[in-house]
Design a binder for this molecule. Sequence first.
Ligand code: FAD
Length: 426
Amino acid sequence: MKRVEVFDVVIIGGGPAGCSAGAVLAEQGHRVVVLEREKFPRYHIGESMIPFTYQPLERIGMIPQLKSSAFTKKFSVQFVAPSGRASQPFYFFNRYDRETVAQSWQVLRSEFDQMMMDNTRSKGADVREEMEVVELLQEDGRHVGVVARDKAGEATEFRAPMTIDATGRDAIAATKKAWRRGDPKLNKVAVWTYYKGSKRDAGIDEGQTTVAFIPDKGWFWHIPQHGDMVSVGVVADGKYLARDGLKDPATIFHREVPNNLWIADRLATGTCTGEYWLTAEYTFRSEYCAADGLVLAGDAFGFLDPVFSSGMMLALKSGVLAADAVHEALEAGDFRSERFAAYGEVMREGMENMRKLVYAFYDPAVSFKAVAELDPAIADDLTDCLSGDVNKDFSRLFGAFAGITELPDKLPYGVPQPGRAPLVPA
Ligand SMILES: Cc1cc2nc3c(=O)[nH]c(=O)nc-3n(C[C@H](O)[C@H](O)[C@H](O)COP(=O)(O)OP(=O)(O)OC[C@H]3O[C@@H](n4cnc5c(N)ncnc54)[C@H](O)[C@@H]3O)c2cc1C
């Protein structure tokens, strides 16, 4: 006999999307269980937060903790040409409130995710680590919870009228249901590592994100962190990075370093920690955002590309918005997929707006600076979208790209799966 436990909501995955959803729902008094496969703290990539992570973090009460944390403060971004020539930094306070949105953080995810998990527990959610969800339970076409295994392999049924899939790029629902869809063009490879003691800027620029180009082919991220560490990675087409048959991430990484003189200079005085990561084919979209009794959040719904650091903003925002929609479903006792149409549309619109800029970024014919110089209002739109204020009418901005590059059409994914369950569960 399997153990059975009953909740209002089962959340699969204790990353930023799962923990933000868990915090919102627990605060509203729902019985929430968050099932996380790993024991925290655990390593994760995704360290630079853009300004519009502020609102979801504020909603779940994380801002005071972040303000008193050791995380490096981020006020700006800059772009660096392969020659090493750096653009003027763009300071977020030139457009946003200095005390709130205009200052973000470069986080070490092991520490940040632990803080998020502790916060979710403090709101009353039951968070279980080392609990891997292996099966989605369905009855009469409706999702009714999951089966999870603990470290010893013991299985438990966690039953609830609503399940949130926040499993990140594992995307358990999209994978099991064959909803995983690619992007016709985006499909980059990233190789990254960490340095200690490398050259850093001082003062307000210490925590700035740098995007450093390599000729025509890709770019480096340079993300200064606390403890004198820096996260540095290269992103490009897989064929380019692996040219001449290279497979070893360390060799791939070090072959690219001299291709940007600013990166080479910064790293020259530092010591590499010696661990390298490689990730391929991370761009992904789920065909559907929801089914009866199930909703997808964060990377489990979709992931674009690391370039504008939109992942955490989308994960946190979708966690909060999915939780709001689930709260309404619980209040109404109605768990049909259609309820999540508005949620799916908001997330889809945000991803599509960001996706247009990602496409433009990878077209060598595009200069964002030149587009911004066309009109101050266009520059503001560009700043807003890149900062994560993605649910706006950007037709003026995207119109400015006409004739310079072809922006992609909306992908036909992200609506709820047509529902099958009756309005009132039997
Ligand atoms: C190369 C690269 C660089 C990036 N850089 C940035 C950046 O600088 N800034 C930024 O904002 N974003 C960045 N991202 C994106 C960022 O990592 C993600 O968008 C973000 O982590 C998504 O959060 P999430 O909660 O949806 O998923 P995750 O953070 O992946 O959390 C999912 C959790 O679910 C758990 N899980 C998975 N399967 C199961 C299961 N079956 N049962 C139980 N638990 C399970 C996992 O252990 C994990 O803890 C980057 C991504 C890549 C690939």
